[in-house]
Design a protein around this ligand. Structure first.
Ligand code: FES
Ligand code: FES
Length: 157
C-alpha cells in the first residue's frame, strides 16, 4: 500500500512519518513510534483506553486514521510527565490510590487533563460525566474522581 509522509506535533516535538492510508492513529503511536502508553482495549470506541488529545480534545485513537492528525498537535501519556517530574494528575492518581491494574490510567489522565484545561473547577458530577467514556474495571471510579478533584482544588496543572 502507498505510504504518505505526514507531519504533526507529537508531545511537543515536530514529527514526520510515512504511513499507509488505513493505518489507525493508535497503531502508529504504539507500533511505529513505540509509544505504548496508549492502550488498546475494545478497538471500537467503547472503552477509552486509547484516549489521546488532538489539539487539546479527547480522541479515541482506535477510531481515527493516522493521516488525520497531519498538521495537528497530539498529546499522549508519554508527553504528560516524566519519571522525575510527574504531571500533577499523575502524582494525584498515585497519592489517591486511583491506579490498580493501570490499563485505563493513560486514557483517564488525558481525559482529566482535557477537562481541567476547559474547566478548572469542575464539580464531582462534571468530573464523572467527563470521564464517562473511559471505562475502569478496577477502581469503582471514586478514587479517580478524588484524584482529579484534588488537582482542581490545588490549582496546579
Ligand atoms: S480501544 Fe479505543 S475506545 Fe476502546
Ligand atoms: S485501574 Fe484497572 S481498569 Fe482502571
Amino acid at each position: 500500500m502507498d505510504k504518505k509522509t505526514i507531519a504533526f506535533i507529537l508531545n511537543g516535538a515536530k514529527t514526520e512519518i510515512a504511513v499507509e492510508s488505513n493505518l489507525l492513529l493508535v497503531d502508529m503511536l504504539r507500533d511505529r513510534l513505540g509509544l505504548t502508553g496508549t492502550k488498546i482495549g475494545c478497538g471500537e470506541g467503547d472503552c477509552g483506553a486509547c484516549t489521546v488529545l488532538v489539539d487539546g480534545k479527547t480522541v479515541n485513537s482506535c477510531l481515527i486514521l493516522a493521516r488525520q492528525v497531519e498538521g495537528h498537535e497530539v498529546l499522549t501519556v508519554e508527553g504528560l510527565g516524566t519519571y522525575d517530574k510527574l504531571h500533577p494528575l499523575q502524582a494525584a492518581f498515585i497519592d489517591e490510590g486511583a491506579v490498580q491494574c493501570g490499563f485505563c490510567t493513560p486514557g483517564m489522565l488525558l481525559s482529566a487533563k482535557s477537562l481541567l484545561d476547559e474547566n478548572s473547577q469542575p464539580t464531582r458530577q462534571q468530573i464523572a460525566q467527563h470521564i464517562s467514556g473511559n471505562l475502569c474495571r478496577c477502581t469503582g471510579y471514586a478514587k479517580i474522581i478524588n484524584a482529579i478533584e484534588k488537582v482542581a482544588k490545588s490549582h496546579e496543572r
